[in-house]
Design a protein around this ligand. Structure first.
Ligand code: ZN
Length: 345
């Protein structure tokens, strides 16, 4: 388990059954005040000249990044990651093995363990779930290396019922990790993903894929009555050179008979979190990103900073939130993955 004196926030066992009042109707495309009841933002879907669906964020807080700005950031800009030395990383952020044995026997309450980046192991109401599983040391054709190893390996994981995928960026959907999970669990695993990702998951060996649009809901099984709800996030998608926005991005709200869990995925701040809180909150527990937010002119539409993460915690009415998608340094910036040119320094 990666830790910087995070104490119990890394591994939490929380109790407090509380059910939310829910309404599943009246989806409106970004109309009215976020405080208004029964107003829920919908994703905008457009068709390009090739007849392919492109997804778009509906909020004014979103803006597309120009290719020039993107290139400047990647090629000429200063290194915003401020990665500490290996010595400082080892001193301040020792990698502590996560105790996955605690997840073997489901118990009352909610258990959460941060594996690293956006990967979280969660257990409540008899279900064990993993979010955005990434166990690889290198991603994006081997050009991006992680600075802290995950707190456990796939072989250490307990029985898992479901995987939540938030979007297709390589630091959230890793082909090698998907393969490893399929080798270990086969078709016993249910994969929950946003629209457009089913074929990729099928191609990579996932046969049990539930693909959902924002605000769609599905019960896990008649026996285990936890509801899996796909909820909006303000982000984007890209995996190859010309596939921007062709698959959807999302967060997940899981509502069980006794407890609930919210996974924000990758997101910038927008009005939708109040809607999620109103529709599904309060949540017993949540995993909310707090890193990779600088430079703000580039990152603010797609990644929240720490203050905005706290706003999300309050908006969705979470009782216990875990900060994810970060590796801290001595300053207020963070990035878990970096390009090869940086890690060779
Ligand atoms: Zn992303």
């Amino acid at each position: 388990m990666n830790t910087l004196r995070l104490s119990s926030s890394h591994y939490r066992s929380v109790k407090k059954p509380k059910m939310a009042t829910k309404s599943t109707d009246n989806l409106v495309n970004n109309v009215g005040s976020p405080e208004s009841s029964n107003v829920y933002s919908e994703c905008v879907k457009k068709t390009n000249w090739m007849g392919q669906t492109l997804y778009q964020n509906p909020w004014k807080t979103w803006r597309n990044v120009s290719i020039v700005r993107f290139l400047r950031y990647n090629v000429w800009d200063a290194d915003h990651s401020k990665i500490p030395s290996q010595q400082e990383l080892d001193d301040k952020l020792p990698i502590v093995k996560g105790d996955t044995k605690k997840f073997v026997e489901p118990s009352s309450g909610v258990k959460m363990m941060w594996i690293g980046h956006a990967s979280v192991l969660v257990q409540f109401d008899g279900l064990t779930i993993i979010t955005d599983p990434v166990f690889s040391e290198f991603i994006v054709f081997g050009t991006h290396r992680r600075y802290r190893s995950p707190s456990c390996e796939v072989k250490d994981l307990p029985k898992i019922d479901a995987v939540l995928i938030s979007h297709n960026h390589c630091d959230h959907l890793d082909k090698a990790s998907v393969k490893q999970l399929n080798e270990k669990y086969g078709d016993n695993l249910k994969w929950y993903a946003p629209l457009g990702l089913k074929s990729w998951l099928n191609t990579n060996g996932c046969n049990n894929v539930i693909q959902m649009d924002w605000w769609q809901e599905e019960e896990f099984s008649t026996e285990k009555r936890t509801k899996f709800c796909c909820v909006p996030s303000q982000h984007w998608s890209k995996r190859g050179p010309i596939d921007d926005f062709k698959t959807l991005w999302c967060g997940w709200a899981l509502i069980g008979p006794e407890h609930s869990f919210y996974f924000a995925g990758d997101t910038g701040y927008c009005e939708v979190f109040q809607q999620i809180g109103r529709k599904y909150g309060p949540f017993t527990s949540a995993a909310i990103p707090i890193g990779c937010y600088e430079p703000r002119d580039l990152m603010s539409p797609q990644h929240v900073d720490t203050e905005e993460a706290v706003k999300i915690h309050k908006d969705v009415k979470s009782e216990n939130s875990l900060g994810i998608h970060w590796v801290p340094s001595s300053s207020r910036t963070s990035i878990t993955w970096s390009q090869g040119k940086l890690c060779r320094k």
